[in-house]
Design a protein around this ligand. Structure first.
Ligand code: GDP
Ligand code: IMO
Ligand code: MG
Length: 430
C-alpha cells in the first residue's frame, strides 16, 4: 500500500501538474482532493501541451484511473468542456471517476464570487472568479448541492428552490443583478448530471479498495500551502486545504495511508492575485524572471507577481505538509543573474524571526533577511544529471535543501519532460 501526495509549497503554479504527471507514470490512480477549476496545471504528453483545470493529471493513461475526489468542487459545464477538449486531442477520458459527494459550482456561485470580490475594492482577494469560495461557503453552511443530487431531479429542484430563494435575494438587493430562474437551472443541471453519470461513483470506496490492494495511489494537490485556508496568508487564500493533510479529508482516506509527501516549488516565487508577498521584486530582475519564466496565469492570464525564493515560506509549508521530498522547478530561469538571493529569515521590529507570522499586518511589515549566492551564466537547459550542473547552481540547490531540511526528489531546468531530472524512484525509495 502506498499513497503519495504532491502539493504546492508556495502560492500555486509551482509545476505540480508536471510532477504529478511524472509520478503517475508508475501509479494506478491519480486523485484530485480539493479545489476546482481555479487550478491550471500545465503538462506535456507526447509533445502536446495540456492545461488541466478540473481533470486530474493522471487522465492520459487509460489503464490508470483519474479521480475527482469528494473534497473538490465541480463546475459540470466547465468539466464537460474540458473533457471535450482533451478528447479532441485524441485522449480517452473513460478512466475518469467523479465523487458523488463533491459539491457543484452553480452560475450564482461564480457571479457572487466576482461581484463580492469587486465590491471589496482595494481589499479584494483577486480570486479566479470561478465560484470556488461561494461553493465551499455553501458546503460549510450545509446548503450546498452535491454531484449525487444532479442524478435526482426531484431532490435537485427541492434543494435548488431553497438555495435560489436566498441567492436571488442577495443578487437583486445587494448587487442589483437579475435573478436566476429555477426551472432553467434544473433543466440545465439535470442534463449535466446525465452526461456525467457514467463517471459518477463512490470514490471513497474505490480509492480505499485500491490502497487495500497495494495499488499505487497518487494524490494531486491544487493551489499551494500559502493559499491554504488555515495555514496560508489568510484572508488572501483559497477556500480549501491544499496541504498534504487535505488529501485525507478530500479523498476519504486515513492519514496512515499516506507514505510520502512531495512539496513542489519553483527556484524563485510567484504569486497571482492579491495579498502579502515579502520577497516580491519590483525591479528589472523581477521583470526578467517573469519574461524568461513566462509567468502569466493559466486560468486568468494575469501576469504573476515575482520574487526571490523564500525559505521561511518553504519551511512553513514543509512543516504543515509533512514533506518527505522536494521538487524544485525552473532553475533555468535564474541562469544569467550575477547573484541569486534566498530569504532565510525575516526581521520584524528589529527582531529576527524564522517562522511565518499569522498576523497580516506583521507579514506586511517584515523585511526579508537574504543570503546572496553567486549566480551562474551557463545555459543549463540541456543537462541530464545533477553532477552536470555548474558549481554555483549546485550550491544553490544544496543550500535550499539545507535550509528546508528536506531532500530533493527532482529538479527541473525547463518546462519539457526531458528537462526534469529525477534523482530516484520515489515509489521504491526507503
Ligand atoms: P501548477 O499549477 O503547479 O501545475 O503549475 P502551472 O502549470 O500553473 O505553472 C507552471 C509553469 O511553469 C508552466 O508554464 C510550466 O510549463 C512552467 N515550468 C514548469 N517547470 C519549469 C521549468 O523547470 N522551467 C521553466 N522555464 N518553466 C517551467
Ligand atoms: P494551481 O493549482 C495560483 C489564487 C487566486 C487568488 C486566491 C483565491 O494552478 O496552482 P480562488 O479563485 O481560489 O478563490 O482565488 O487563490 N489561486 C491560485 N493561484 N495557482 C492556482 O492554482 C490558484 N488557485 C487559486 O489567484 O489569489
Ligand atoms: Mg497553475
Amino acid at each position: 500500500m502506498a499513497g503519495i501526495v504532491v502539493v504546492g509549497s508556495q502560492w500555486g503554479d509551482e509545476g505540480k501538474g508536471k510532477i504529478t504527471n511524472f509520478i503517475s507514470q508508475d501509479s494506478d490512480m491519480v486523485v484530485r482532493y480539493q479545489g476546482g477549476n481555479n487550478a491550471g496545471h500545465t503538462i506535456y504528453v507526447d509533445g502536446k501541451k495540456f492545461e488541466l483545470s478540473s481533470v486530474p493529471s493522471g487522465i492520459f493513461n487509460p489503464n490508470r484511473l483519474a479521480v475527482i475526489g469528494n473534497g473538490c468542487v465541480v463546475n459540470p459545464k466547465a468539466l464537460l468542456a474540458e473533457l471535450h477538449e482533451i478528447q479532441e486531442k485524441g485522449v480517452t477520458t473513460e478512466n475518469l471517476r467523479i465523487s458523488d459527494r463533491a459539491h457543484v459550482i452553480f452560475p450564482y456561485h461564480m457571479l457572487i464570487d466576482q461581484l463580492a470580490d469587486a465590491k471589496k475594492g482595494d481589499g479584494k482577494i483577486g480570486t479566479t472568479g470561478r465560484g470556488i469560495g461561494p461553493t465551499y461557503m455553501d458546503k460549510a453552511a450545509r446548503v450546498g448541492i452535491r454531484i449525487v443530487d444532479l442524478l435526482d431531479e426531484e431532490i435537485l429542484r427541492e434543494r435548488l428552490a431553497n438555495v435560489l430563494a436566498e441567492k436571488n435575494e442577495v443578487l437583486e438587493k445587494i448587487y442589483d443583478h437579475a435573478p436566476f430562474d429555477l426551472e432553467e437551472l434544473v433543466a440545465e443541471y439535470v442534463a449535466y448530471g446525465q452526461k456525467l453519470k457514467p463517471y459518477i461513483v463512490d470514490t471513497t470506496v474505490l480509492i480505499n479498495e485500491y490502497l487495500d490492494d497495494n495499488k499505487r495511489v497518487l494524490f494531486e494537490g491544487a493551489q499551494g500551502a500559502m493559499l491554504d485556508i488555515d495555514q496560508g496568508t489568510y484572508p488572501y487564500v483559497t477556500s480549501s486545504s491544499p496541504v498534504g493533510g487535505g488529501a485525507t479529508i478530500g479523498a476519504g482516506v486515513g492519514p496512515t495511508k499516506i507514505t510520502r509527501v512531495v512539496g513542489v516549488a519553483k527556484a524563485y516565487t510567484s504569486r497571482v492575485g492579491d495579498g502579502p508577498f515579502p520577497t516580491e521584486l519590483f525591479d528589472e530582475v523581477g521583470d526578467r524572471i517573469r519574461e524568461i519564466g513566462h509567468e502569466y496565469g493559466v486560468v486568468t492570464k494575469r501576469p504573476r507577481r515575482i520574487g526571490w525564493l523564500d525559505t521561511v515560506v518553504l519551511r512553513h509549508s514543509a512543516r504543515i505538509g509533512g514533506f518527505t521530498h522536494l521538487s524544485l522547478n525552473s532553475l533555468d530561469v535564474l541562469s544569467g543573474l550575477e547573484t541569486v538571493k534566498l530569504a532565510v529569515a525575516y526581521e520584524l521590529d528589529g527582531q529576527r524571526i524564522t517562522h511565518y507570522p499569522a498576523s497580516l499586518k506583521d507579514v506586511q511589515r517584515v523585511t526579508p533577511v537574504y543570503e546572496e549566492l553567486p549566480g551562474w551564466s551557463e545555459d543549463i537547459t540541456g543537462i541530464k544529471s545533477r553532477d552536470e550542473l555548474p558549481a554555483n547552481a549546485e550550491n544553490y540547490l544544496k543550500r535550499v535543501e539545507e535550509l528546508i531540511g528536506v531532500p530533493l526528489y527532482t529538479f527541473a531546468v525547463g518546462p519539457s519532460n526531458e528537462q526534469t531530472i529525477i534523482l530516484f524512484d520515489i515509489w521504491n525509495k526507503e
